[in-house]
Design a protein around this ligand. Sequence first.
Ligand SMILES: [Zn+2]
Ligand SMILES: [Zn+2]
Length: 72
Amino acid sequence: MTTTAILKLQPAPEPLAVKFFDAGGTVFHRHTCSNGPHAWDCSSPYCTSLQADCPDHGGDEPVKIGREPWKR
Ligand SMILES: [Zn+2]
Ligand SMILES: [Zn+2]
């Protein structure tokens, strides 16, 4: 087990691969991280702002489906 970046790299052939956060959802939206800035996709249905920094750059991790803190 090694600690790596939270965001995964899209296995896309496009030159500008966009990292994404897998929150368990099927519908992705695109955030803009202020570090870069760069885009990152995310599948959490609970996001309220698309201007959020990505978890790799100090932003909060989006809430994952099935791991909602308010359901504990
Ligand atoms: Zn999101
Ligand atoms: Zn970032």
